[in-house]
Design a protein around this ligand. Structure first.
Ligand code: NAD
Length: 320
């Protein structure tokens, strides 16, 4: 069995490698070659923690396994990241465990890659202004991956606590781009908007979004969370990583519950990647990617990490 510790991940997986792994597995999902199993995530009545696992099997890539972990709000006081996760991979021919991989940075990279994949396939080619909503841990990963997809000329940002926007400003400076903190209605200036918050109420209203915008809604990954006004979800053409998760734990759960859309009104982005379903149709359409976070993304980047760890000689091999 191979162990790839968390400390090695940064030296192994680039944002480009994460992008390729996620784009490939989304395509495999839409071809019916990769199965995503239902998510388990529960409040465990200890340490205020949420614990669970995401799992699946990619028959095309022969990657099988699970990511286990969750959210421990008291971790910051212990000098640890609140989100903790570990990936275990299994041999699909025998069921034997083959690898144990640190999953914290991988989660950040695969989530950023999912939004970036959506921007590559759905945003207008001439997109110039990137709008960021949210300035937490995940936001800088999302912003860096997004900036690689179009020739952005400016970044605008909003956060509940505006002082935290400085971390987005720093990323903009790294890319020689101007950054401006804005009120939500000013998001109409953005061509691409990424939402990455822990909100349980709508933040971005339909009035805040201009025609032709692509929205990557990445924060809503649990029942009850919400970032977008349902009318905005109804106005957009909707894409997701997996429809079953989109209507149950993703952003589309609210528009479905309100009777504005049904599951059939949401398409898998993998079908756009495979060229079997149309992507953006025209410069005035609003497109939405509801990125709920599928276990298959985690398995894809973990398998890449194991392969690269072997090549670079940093994998730890143990008898198991
Ligand atoms: P974080 O705790 O570091 O940051 C939380 C962000 O949400 C901050 O910007 C905060 O200001 C904002 N926020 C909190 N409550 C809000 C409210 N009521 N209204 C508006 N903004 C509010 O978290 P993070 O690691 O940056 O993750 C952000 C979100 O993304 C979380 O909800 C997390 O579960 C989710 N996430 C989703 C995926 C996925 O695959 N879809 C993957 C990782 C994280």
């Amino acid at each position: 069995m191979i162990i790839v510790p968390e400390r090695e991940i940064a030296g192994l997986i680039t944002p480009e490698a994460a992008f390729d792994a996620v784009e490939n597995v989304f395509g495999a999902m839409a071809r019916g070659e990769a199965l995503n199993f239902p998510v388990i995530r529960e409040a465990i009545g200890h340490a205020d923690a949420l614990y669970g696992f995401k799992s699946g099997f990619d028959r095309a890539g022969l990657v099988m396994g699970l990511k286990s972990g969750g959210y421990w709000p008291g971790n910051a006081d212990k000098g640890l990241t609140n989100h903790q996760s570990t990936v275990i991979l299994f041999d699909p021919d025998t069921g034997r465990a083959t690898a144990l991989v640190g999953g914290n940075l991988l989660t950040a990279l695969r989530t950023a890659a999912a939004a970036a994949v959506s921007i590559r396939h759905l945003a207008r080619p001439d997109a110039k202004v990137l709008g960021m909503i949210g300035a937490g841990h995940q936001s800088t990963f999302q912003m860096r991956a997004a900036l690689a997809q179009r020739r952005f000329e400016r970044v605008i940002g909003w956060n509940l606590h505006p002082e935290r926007l400085s971390r987005l400003q720093e990323v903009a400076q790294e890319h020689d781009l101007p950054f401006e903190a804005v009120d939500l209605p000013q998001m109409r200036e953005a061509d691409v908007i990424i939402t990455i918050t822990s909100s349980f109420d709508p933040i971005l209203m339909s009035d805040h979004v201009a025609d032709g915008t692509h929205i990557a809604s990445m924060g809503t990954d649990t029942k009850g969370k919400q970032e977008l006004e349902p009318a905005l979800v109804a106005r957009a053409r909707r894409f997701t990583d997996e429809v079953a998760q989109s209507v149950s734990i993703g952003e589309c759960q609210h528009a479905v519950a309100a009777g504005l859309i049904g599951a059939d009104d949401i398409a898998e982005i993998g079908a756009v990647i495979n060229g079997t379903y149309p992507g953006r149709e025209g410069a005035r359409e609003v497109t939405l990617f509801d990125g709920t976070g599928v276990g298959l993304q985690d398995l894809a980047v973990a398998a890449a990490a194991v392969r690269l760890a072997g090549e670079k000689g940093v994998a730890i091999e143990v008898d198991f």
